[in-house]
Design a binder for this molecule. Structure first.
Ligand SMILES: C[C@@H](O)[C@H](N)C(=O)O
Ligand SMILES: C[C@@H](O)[C@H](N)C(=O)O
Lengths: 157, 157
């Protein structure tokens, strides 16, 4: 079979913001992201996992240069939404593998996660599409993560 | 500006599995997804948000036809990992908008979430990449969600 993963990359210019325990009902995600959009803040990853007891956490990443503006806007909106708290983290890196139809290749995700694990890297967030698997890790692990993914997917093929 | 979103879709043939409160340390995601991969189970979305007190939740979707096998395997692995519990949900739909460089168009995500909100649809999970924003909703909301996204992005352009 041909190489499934065509490239690996790491982005060290992002920050993440998390909004904890927003009400899990229609209109909440809309309010937050409409506010960010109206200020022309580019959002890259958006991650929300299943909620519990009618509340959910929503995290997203922005360019480091937009962090201050995004954070103050998020705090404002989160206050209106009744969120428990907002956190910001400018010490992240986003490591990604890109390929075609990766989701039809069982095992690709496991290989990526194992490559990071072998390098001692903790995976803090995961978001996927058919063409991309992205993991948020510590900024200090950026190069180590890129090399691990490169060894696993580019050098072996 | 040209249309950013080129198509909208809904997938009613998926189920989700969530593994709650796994240890948030290297190797955990690897174990779970290597196991699924070794059984040739195709995984579509994988979502993990930031953890709390050293534990994280990991959710993923599979084809309905793979649910039984995926669930029993996940329960096995989750047991070894010390997860608090595993849940399965075969009543979901995944609604997506697809486009080019969506993440450079602030406001696209907000428009999608607002379209769903206006239709009274609750967003249960969110996962994104530059070319795709996907939301997990109730299966019963599948058509309503597709129509809302279509009205917002295809009919307006
Ligand atoms: C948490 C948030 O996604 C909410 N469920 C909404 O639909 O907006
Ligand atoms: C929770 C899981 O992603 C863990 N942090 C890992 O690196 O495998």
């Amino acid at each position: 079979e041909g190489a499934v993963v065509s490239s690996v990359s790491v982005d060290e210019n992002q920050a993440k913001i998390s909004v904890f325990r927003v009400p899990d009902r229609p209109g909440i995600a809309a309010k937050l992201f409409q506010a960010l959009g109206s200020e022309n803040i580019n959002v890259d990853m958006i991650v929300q996992n299943v909620g519990r007891d009618n509340h959910a956490d929503i995290s997203f990443t922005v360019n480091l240069t937009d962090l201050e503006k995004a954070l103050s806007l998020t705090r404002e909106v989160a206050g209106c939404l009744g969120a428990e708290r907002v956190s910001a983290d400018d010490d992240i890196a986003k490591v990604s593998i890109i390929g075609i139809g990766m989701m039809n290749h069982p095992g690709v995700a496991g290989r990526m996660f194992q490559a990071l694990a072998r390098a001692g890297v903790n995976i803090e967030m995961i978001s996927t599409s058919e063409i991309k698997i992205s993991c948020v890790v510590r900024r200090a692990d950026a190069q180590k993560s890129l090399e691990a993914a490169h060894r696993e997917f580019i050098e072996k093929n």
